[in-house]
Design a protein around this ligand. Structure first.
Ligand code: CUA
Length: 347
C-alpha cells in the first residue's frame, strides 16, 4: 500500500512549510506593483470594492462548507443501511431560499461595483492636470498640453492634484497600468480612453503595458513619479525649455552632438530622423530626448540611464529590446562614447 506523501507523515515539517509560506507574504514590502497598496483615490476605491467582495466570498465559502460538512456527516451511509436514501424534490422553502440568497448577494456586490464605476469614471474636475498618454511599440509617450512639452517612460504628476490621462496608441493596442495608482486602461489607435486619479503619496510607482502588443510587450515599462507641488512645477518649467547649453570646453560632448546630428544612410540610422531635442532635432517617431538626463531609466524602462545602460542600448538596441524599431547603427566605440556623453548632458 502507498503510504501517502512523506510531508503528511511529519506534522512538524508540514506546519513549518505552511507557516513559512504564509509569512513569505508578510515581508513588509515594498510591493512595487501591488494593487493591494493603493496610493490614489482611484486605487483606494478599487481596493475597498475588492475587500467588500472578498468578504462576501468568504461568507459564501464558510456557509457552503458548513452545510456541506453537516450534510456529509449527518446523512452518511451507516452500517446496516438498506437501499438508497429518498431524495428531496420540490421543497418550496429550500427552492425559494437558494434562489433568493444568491440574488441578494449579487445585489450586495452589484450596488457597490456600479457605485465605484460611476465614482472612478466621473467627469474630471476642471482643475485636473491633463496628460496625453500615447502607447508605442514599445515605450510610453507623455504629452503635457498645458505646458506644451513631451517626455517618455516616466510620467510626473503632482501630489494631491487630480490628473486626467487621455490615453491612445500610435500603433497597436496597449494598456496603461500603474497598479498602485489605479486601474488598467487600454490604449487603442484612433480612440481615446480616460483615467482620472489623484495621487496621495509621494514616490516612484512602477507600472507596465498590460496588453500583449508584440515581441517586447514585457519591455514596455513605465514609472509614475509623484512629486510635491513645488518639485513638479520646477520639473515642468525645466521641460518647457531646451536642454542645458553645452560647455564649450567639453569636447567629447560637442563630438557627441555632432554624431547625433549626422545624417546617415539609410535615413532611419540618423538619430535626428526619429528623436527630438529641443532647438536641435525634431524627429517624432522615438522618445523626445530634450531632457533625457532627467530620467532614471531608458529604452521603455528596461535599462538604467547610466553610462553603461546607454552604451549597451546604443551598441545593440535590437538585442536589448527584441523587435525594437531603433535599429542597430554602425557606430565606432568612440562615437558611442561621445553620444553617451552628449545624451548625459541633456538636462
Ligand atoms: Cu504595449 Cu504590451
Amino acid at each position: 500500500m502507498a503510504r501517502g506523501p512523506a510531508l503528511l507523515r511529519r506534522p512538524a515539517a508540514l506546519a513549518v512549510t505552511v507557516l513559512a509560506t504564509v509569512l513569505a507574504g508578510c515581508d513588509g514590502g515594498p510591493y512595487p506593483q501591488s494593487t493591494l497598496h493603493p496610493t490614489s483615490d482611484f486605487a483606494e476605491r478599487i481596493d475597498v470594492l475588492y475587500t467588500t467582495i472578498f468578504w462576501w466570498a468568504v461568507a459564501v465559502f464558510v456557509v457552503v462548507e458548513l452545510i456541506l460538512v453537516y450534510v456529509v456527516i449527518r446523512y452518511r451511509a451507516r452500517p446496516g443501511q438498506v437501499g438508497r436514501p429518498k431524495p428531496v424534490y420540490g421543497h418550496t422553502v429550500l427552492e425559494i431560499g437558494w434562489t433568493l440568497a444568491p440574488a441578494a448577494i449579487l445585489v450586495f456586490i452589484a450596488v457597490p461595483t456600479i457605485q465605484t464605476i460611476f465614482q472612478v469614471d466621473g467627469t474630471p474636475p476642471p482643475d485636473a492636470l491633463e496628460v496625453e498618454v500615447i502607447g508605442h511599440q514599445w515605450w510610453w509617450e507623455y504629452h503635457y498640453p498645458e505646458y506644451g512639452f513631451r517626455t517618455a517612460t516616466e510620467l510626473h504628476v503632482p501630489v494631491g492634484r487630480p490628473v486626467l490621462l487621455t490615453i491612445t496608441s500610435q500603433d497597436v493596442i496597449h494598456s496603461f497600468w500603474a497598479p498602485k495608482l489605479g486601474g488598467k486602461r487600454d490604449a487603442m489607435p484612433g480612440r481615446t480612453t480616460r483615467l482620472v486619479f489623484t495621487a496621495d503619496s509621494l514616490g516612484r510607482f512602477l507600472g507596465q503595458c498590460a496588453e500583449f502588443c508584440g515581441a517586447s510587450h514585457a519591455n514596455m515599462r513605465l514609472a509614475v513619479i509623484v512629486d510635491d507641488e513645488a518639485t513638479f512645477a520646477e520639473w515642468a518649467a525645466r521641460q518647457q525649455q531646451g536642454p542645458a547649453a553645452i560647455d564649450a570646453a567639453a569636447t567629447v560632448v560637442q563630438e557627441g552632438a555632432a554624431v547625433f546630428q549626422r545624417v546617415r544612410e539609410p535615413a532611419n540610422h540618423s538619430c535626428i530622423a526619429c528623436h527630438a531635442v529641443g532647438g536641435v532635432a525634431y524627429g517624432a517617431l522615438g522618445p523626445d530626448l530634450t531632457h533625457l538626463a532627467d530620467r532614471a531609466v531608458i529604452a521603455g524602462g528596461i535599462l538604467p540611464n547610466t553610462e553603461e545602460g546607454l552604451t549597451r542600448w546604443l551598441r545593440d538596441p535590437v538585442t536589448e529590446k527584441p523587435g525594437s524599431l531603433m535599429p542597430r547603427v554602425d557606430l565606432t566605440d568612440e562615437e558611442i562614447a561621445a553620444l553617451v556623453a552628449y545624451l548625459r548632458s541633456l538636462r
